[in-house]
Ligand binder design. Structure first.
Ligand code: AHR
Length: 527
């Protein structure tokens, strides 16, 4: 089920220790988190072991999340039928086009915290008959339920995403969630599946990914891990394959690297291991998104070393259980969570947050580490896809006519070509926390792809990459960069920041890239 095994992981570890062509110290993330905060060097020696595979980079590592929160759904992706904003069946046209261009492998919905107070039956049938409920998690706003299961499935269909439904464990029942599975996945003939057909969907939705609660340690019920473990066992008993789609059940995992949660939960579920365990890890920011100082940016970037350690650590813990290696680790919510501007919240929606050059660097650090840890991760969903936290798309609130592709959108675009490739081992000899972050992948169609992120707000870095096992002759790529860490794509200048062509040198088989401060590049090295 989960394409990873400890044998391959130990192979990669051993390959690093024994076959390295260069004598470089082992700067694994686990060690890096305790490193002193020293200035990075102007020239950094990087090793790319194109001949040492980690794992396939699952497209789902570039997954997304959409919650009924602020203007993510209402006024964001969904403007409704008859809106003056250009739309198709109620979906904002430019947003859909941008998401299609990027490719959205998987989309998680309806929350977040909202999921554990959501009752799916409220969101089906004629929209005029749907109840008006209160979104108690996000400002007590009226939820008219005009966006429900069918609208979400239509959105997924339009953008080519696999649907991932987060079920309500906190305030509902096993029966309610079981019925949602039947409604979505049973072909026809039962009352629930016939209801789906009457509501316009003859074919089952074939939903594979089901979250069994969200943050059950917090907004999802404030449970203790063992109690949630018992509930997980009970729910999962009734969440069966109602059609030909084999369900992939995802248990609510830890906040950050909370080992106690993982252990106590899995102790209860040891003979009943979930297919996936979700972990949430936000990278907090002390300032408003467009008001960071260089030091605040650096502090936030440094959190990514801890995220990488947490992934390694959680993976080890899960692997310690019998059949644990079959349980996928899912970084279900991640991204920068900066100080939210009150005025933005009031005028544009709850948790509306600008995405700056600093946010793009943060996205690049995350996407690089997902490549490096591709053997330990199954899916990663950034929070959130539109108008909430580290968004890919922003509008000027629900009335905003223009949709802006944020710097984070462009960061994802820079990593798109890695999807489906084989991640290979890389290492930077500079051990400072602000050293260039690197990942690389290989494929027959793409050749060798190297992604480099220079998080230093001040230092230009010459990255000299030794390409072990690869004879490179020519390098081409794209770079995203701004000297101003608080720069962003505004509604007035929506295309101010975007990747531009980048042609680093290849000299004596080495890839040599000049990386200005706060820049990220993906480079294709042709043989
Ligand atoms: O993404 C915003 C919120 O953060 C989600 O609703 C919740 O799961 C997390 O705490």
């Amino acid at each position: 089920m989960f394409p990873t095994n400890t044998t391959r992981r130990s192979f990669v570890r051993n390959a690093l220790l024994t076959t390295s062509a260069l004598t470089l110290p082992d700067f694994s993330a686990a060690q890096r988190r305790d490193l002193p905060d020293v200035a990075p060097s102007a020239t950094q020696e990087i090793l790319v072991r194109s001949d040492v595979d980690i794992a396939t980079i699952r497209p789902e590592l570039h997954g997304h999340f959409a919650e009924h929160l602020g203007s993510c759904i209402y006024g964001g992706l969904w403007v409704g039928h008859g809106s003056p904003i250009p739309n198709t069946n109620g979906f904002r046209n430019d947003a859909i086009e941008y998401l299609k261009a990027l490719g959205i492998p998987v989309l998680r919905w309806p929350g977040g915290c909202f999921a554990d107070d959501y009752h799916w039956r409220d969101g089906i049938g004629p929209a005029k008959d749907r109840p008006h409920t209160v979104n108690t998690n996000w400002g007590n706003v009226i939820e008219d339920n005009s966006f429900g299961t069918h609208e979400f499935m239509e959105l997924c269909h339009m953008i080519g995403a696999h649907p991932y439904l987060a079920g309500n464990v906190g305030s509902a029942s096993p029966q309610e969630m079981r019925d949602w599975v039947e409604y979505c996945n049973f072909p026809a003939g039962s009352t629930l599946s016939d209801m789906r057909v009457r509501n316009g969907a003859r074919e089952p939705f074939a939903v594979k990914y089901w979250g069994v609660g969200n943050e059950s340690w917090g907004c999802g019920g404030n449970m203790r891990p063992s109690y949630y473990g018992e509930l997980y066992r009970r729910y999962s008993t009734y969440l069966r394959n109602f059609g030909s789609t084999r369900l992939f059940l995802i248990a609510s995992g830890p906040s950050g690297d909370d080992i106690r949660w993982t252990r106590e939960l899995l102790d209860v579920c040891a003979n009943h291991m979930p297919a996936g365990l979700s972990m949430h890890y936000y990278e907090g920011g002390p300032a408003g998104a467009s008001h960071f100082t260089p030091q605040q940016a650096t502090d936030q970037f440094n959190i990514f070393h801890r995220v990488e350690s947490a992934i390694q650590h959680q993976r080890e813990v899960i692997d310690g259980y019998a059949n644990g290696s079959r349980t996928a680790l899912i970084l279900d919510e991640w991204g920068v969570w900066d100080a939210i501007d009150k005025h933005d919240e009031e005028t544009r929606g709850k948790l509306w947050q600008q995405s700056t050059m600093r946010s793009a660097i943060a996205a690049g650090l995350g996407l690089n580490l997902f490549n490096r840890q591709a053997d330990k991760l199954y899916m990663c969903n950034i929070a959130q896809i539109m108008n909430v936290l580290q968004s890919l798309l922003l509008t000027d609130g629900p009335e905003g006519k223009v949709t802006v592709r944020t710097t984070t959108y462009h960061a994802f675009m820079l990593f798109k070509e890695h999807r489906g490739n084989t991640s290979v081992v890389t290492r930077n000899s500079d051990s400072s926390q602000q050293a260039v972050s690197v990942s690389a992948s290989r494929s027959t169609s793409q050749g060798l792809l190297v992604s480099l992120v220079n998080p230093s707000p001040t230092q230009t870095v010459t990255a000299r990459c030794t390409l072990a096992g690869w004879t490179g002759t020519r390098a081409t790529g794209s770079i995203l960069h701004s000297e101003n860490l608080n720069d962003f794509n505004s509604f007035e200048q929506p295309d101010k920041l975007h990747p531009v062509a980048f042609s680093p040198r290849v000299e004596s088989g080495k890839l040599i890239a000049e990386l200005p401060p706060l820049s990220m590049a993906t480079i294709k090295v042709e043989a």
